[in-house]
Design a binder for this molecule. Structure first.
Ligand SMILES: *Cc1c(COP(=O)(O)O)cnc(C)c1O
Length: 362
């Protein structure tokens, strides 16, 4: 059976590895969006709370609602709140990030209807990524509206576009100095005392001078940091395993899979595995781009990845039907598998579908 094993001991290791790099006053926002990067958001979030995580973050309101329903009580930021979800955000005591005049005005209305006071919100500025955020030229509007809005502005932040770059980086330097100017203006407006943040996981490693009041760590908790040198400090928490469903003896010239995707260059053995692109094993892994580990030996994926199954060339590897196969985890890395198929660990992990049973290892 295919299963994704989530190791909470490794999550704990990563939590402390990140925590120990921070200044004592810097707090952490644990990012558990997209089902905690494809793992399992509720037990992962609960473990982070038990470890002392100060705050959590999700991308969208329903993800936060799910955490609240499971009994998580610490602050939960919603990074990308949509106006349609404002009521749901308030009902579930989630903290939205306000990023435009439209989102600000809409949330003022929703909070006014709810008759709440000093509702906790976060403000995001766009310093160059050009995703979401108030423009730096909108700061006077923001400052004016903070005074009249029914909000407590807890934090102010921006997001950097390439924190993993080890080269001197003018783009990032510009983003940082733009944000520093924004901080200065906010600090000069004496009516509120917000806290600030800028960094994701690779930023924590690469920009130790800018940890500020908070950091927003996602990928690092799950064991990756976008660079081999930083990865060494972390342990991947997820292992994707399965078992061989069937083995075929294949003669030279026989083909395997849809559209005769692969033709055996010599006599060999093919193992059929019970997972496919519907589980998140991308079709890009076909034709030898991806490989799995059978008893510690590499077996390349042959032909096209099917929706529910995939075939690998096991050659002379000693194994039989029912034996365990590792897709990633022990002996092979998600980021390598991702790189071979032209993507990144984030996408590969987040694409693991809910058809794969998750098993929590405490
Ligand atoms: C996802 C996300 C993060 C976490 O980034 P990692 O690289 O996974 O640490 C931080 N900030 C924002 C705004 C995000 O959307």
């Amino acid at each position: 059976m295919t299963c994704l094993e989530i190791n909470l001991k490794k999550l704990e290791h990563n939590y402390f590895s990140l925590r120990n790099r921070l200044q004592p006053q810097t707090k952490m926002i644990g990012v558990v969006k997209a089902n905690a990067y494809g793992s399992l958001s509720v037990p992962v979030a609960q473990k982070l709370v038990d470890l002392g995580m100060e705050s959590l973050a999700v991308a969208y309101a329903p993800e936060g609602k799910k955490l609240r329903q499971s009994g998580i009580e610490i602050p939960i930021l919603v990074f990308y709140p949509q106006t349609e979800n404002f009521e749901e955000i308030i009902r579930n005591n989630l903290e939205p990030v306000l990023y435009s005049k439209r989102s600000w005005d809409g949330f003022v209305k929703a909070v006014t209807v709810s008759k709440k006071m000093n509702y906790p919100v976060h403000i995001k500025y766009n310093t160059g990524l050009n995703r979401i955020g108030f423009g730096p030229d909108e700061i006077d509007w923001v400052l004016k509206n903070i005074e009249t809005g029914p909000f407590e502005v807890k934090t102010i932040y921006s997001h950097l576009g390439q924190t993993e770059s080890l080269k001197p980086d003018r783009f990032t330097d510009n983003q940082i100095s733009t944000f520093e100017a924004i901080m200065e203006k906010h600090n000069a407006a004496a009516t509120h005392k917000p806290e600030y943040h800028l960094l994701n996981t690779s930023g924590v490693f690469n920009y130790p001078d800018y940890h500020m009041d908070w950091v927003r760590v996602g990928l690092g908790l799950y064991g990756f940091a976008n660079h081999p040198q930083w990865n060494d400090n972390l342990a991947p928490i997820a292992e994707l395993k399965t078992n061989i469903t069937q083995i075929h003896e294949i003669m030279k010239g026989e083909t395997v899979g849809y559209n005769c995707g692969w033709s055996a260059p010599e006599n060999t053995r093919i193992a059929v595995l019970p997972l496919g692109h519907a589980d998140g094993l991308s079709r890009q892994n076909g034709h030898g781009k991806g490989a799995v580990m059978v008893h510690g030996k590499k077996a390349p994926i042959v032909g096209n990845v099917c929706m529910d199954m995939v075939m690998v060339d096991i050659g002379v590897i000693q194994c039989k039907e029912g034996d365990e196969v590792v897709i990633f985890g022990n002996g092979s890395r998600v980021d390598d598998l991702a790189e071979n198929t032209g993507t990144i660990s984030y996408e590969l992990l987040a694409a693991l579908s809910d058809r794969i049973p998750r098993v929590i290892k405490k």
